[in-house]
Design a protein around this ligand. Structure first.
Ligand code: NAD
Length: 447
């Protein structure tokens, strides 16, 4: 559904009235259309700041230069600002945050990117150093709120000392075009899962076999398309009533349809058998299929409760159990679960949905260390307000309010969620496992 405020702001006659009324003027977000580029930073004005005694600058610089960034402060506008803040151990070290950003705040370009590397608080030497590390997240989130109205995304990575060489993937994603609607996030880059044998930066999923559940429409469809664009052989799964849409998507993107209800008792076995027979295994599982059956708890029917818990949680756990125990999911595999902001903040009328989506946050955190033995990464993506059939069905006022309650002042597109999911499926994301990342334009709910 089109964004009325953005349309009004584009109309020269009406825009001044919108401004006089004090209504927001969201910046059109620059979205990537194609796949990953070998040199995503070519032609960009990129600055790399450093804290004293930081341990990540050399790796950040290599990641930026491998993507053809030339690091010189030579123009008016800054497209990408990267700061190595891993040297921050005492409160006085915070001056690097002020000194780096204060002089350039107005020069960071529309749709620009800010990426900050911080020390991992668990590794800090004592409570003060740990507090200082954790405080950088507060800075980064506040910065995201100040810069969001220009469509700028600000994200932070806590980097373990032994994982500092794993920054290239996160730098390429969080400083690149693909991170359009991901802002205000703090990810942990660790050495939990082993390094993949090959780290391709373009056609990053070539040779991989991927399953995307619920891909007849919405975020699932965009994800299937994005994975296929990166070279994966995608299998699109959806329920029988979505079969026509599923087949249309498959024809369009060269995917294979698999019509099935994931909540049926024999679905895990049938899925495992399908991939074993057809491909000898699979590499990527995106658990996207999800349902809402919203009612306040007092009015919630038992079967609504059960249905949401079964589809959104029990089915996922049952499918993974078979795929992992039978080793159908290959080494270096990727599992991505679709959680929700509702699972982080809770929401009226969504006790069932919020429980199932919060459970997925705990699920990937617990699964990741177990799966790491086979270099498998498990993560969750929590969308905020993404413009899909689910949000189109909302009444006008809650939809308008939902769209604006984020730093970017607009809803995201299915492609924005697909970009984050696709990144987590790539070999280059091997430093990220057990985590939940929001794609919400830095939404206020649960923030
Ligand atoms: P959607 O309703 O547009 O699409 C969901 C798809 O899943 C549909 O094609 C549906 O047929 C399929 N599906 C449902 N039950 C299934 C089952 N039992 N077996 C197989 N397929 C089934 O949803 P969406 O907006 O694209 O959301 C995708 C995921 O992201 C969901 O898990 C949702 O909870 C989550 N999410 C979405 C938003 C948002 O703003 N759109 C926000 C937070 C979380």
């Amino acid at each position: 559904m089109s964004d009325i405020l953005m349309s009004l702001n584009r109309n020269r006659a009406i825009a001044p009235i919108v401004k006089a009324l004090g209504l927001p003027n969201p910046v059109p977000l620059a979205r990537a259309e194609g796949g990953y580029e070998a040199q995503p930073f070519a032609g960009k004005m990129v600055i790399l700041g450093r804290s004293e005694n930081g341990y990540a600058a050399e790796h950040l610089q290599a990641a930026l230069e491998n993507g053809s960034a030339s690091l010189s402060d030579s123009g008016d506008n800054i497209d990408i600002f990267v700061l190595d803040a891993t040297g921050c151990r005492a409160p006085s070290d915070y001056r690097v945050l002020y000194d780096s950003f204060h002089p350039v705040m107005r020069r960071i370009a529309r749709n620009g990117r800010v990426f900050i590397a911080a020390p991992l608080p668990d590794e800090a030497d004592g409570p003060v150093a740990s507090a200082v590390a954790r405080g950088i997240e507060g800075f980064s989130r506040a910065l995201g709120k100040e810069l969001g109205k220009k469509g700028i995304c600000v994200n932070l990575a806590y980097v373990a000392r032994d994982a500092v060489s794993r920054l290239e993937g996160p730098v390429r994603f969080f400083c690149g075009k693909q991170t359009t609607y991901v802002s205000g996030q703090a990810v942990r880059v660790t050495s939990l899962a082993a390094k993949p044998d090959v780290l391709p930066w373009t056609q990053a999923l070539k040779g991989k076999v991927a399953l995307v559940t619920g891909s007849g429409r919405g975020i699932g469809m965009a994800t299937a398309e994005r994975l296929a664009q990166e070279g994966a052989q995608v299998v699109c799964l959806d329920i029988p009533s979505a079969s026509d849409a599923l087949h249309d998507t498959c024809i369009r993107i060269g995917a294979i349809p698999l019509v099935m209800d994931i909540a049926e008792a024999d679905a895990p076995r049938r899925i495992a058998a399908f991939f074993k027979d057809r491909f000898g295994g699979l590499d990527i599982v995106v658990h996207n299929a999800g349902v809402t059956r919203d009612r306040t708890l007092a009015n919630m029917k038992e079967h609504y409760w059960d249905m949401v818990v079964n589809v959104n949680l029990a089915a996922i756990a049952a499918i993974d159990d078979v795929l992992l125990s039978q080793q159908v999911l290959r080494d270096e595999g990727r599992i991505v679960c679709l959680s929700s902001i509702s699972g982080i903040s809770g929401n009226i009328g969504q006790t069932n949905y919020a429980a199932s989506k919060a459970a997925l946050i705990g699920y990937v955190a617990a699964l990741a260390p177990q799966a790491a033995a086979r270099a498998i990464c498990a993560n969750a993506v929590a969308p905020g307000f993404i413009e899909t059939a689910m949000t189109d069905a909302m009444p006008f006022i809650p939809r308008e309010v939902g769209r604006r309650l984020n730093s970017l002042l607009q809803g995201g597109k299915p492609r924005d969620a697909a970009e984050l999911i696709a990144f987590l499926c790539t070999p280059g994301a091997f430093g990220i496992s057990g985590q939940t990342i929001r794609v919400c334009g830095q939404g206020l709910m649960g923030a």
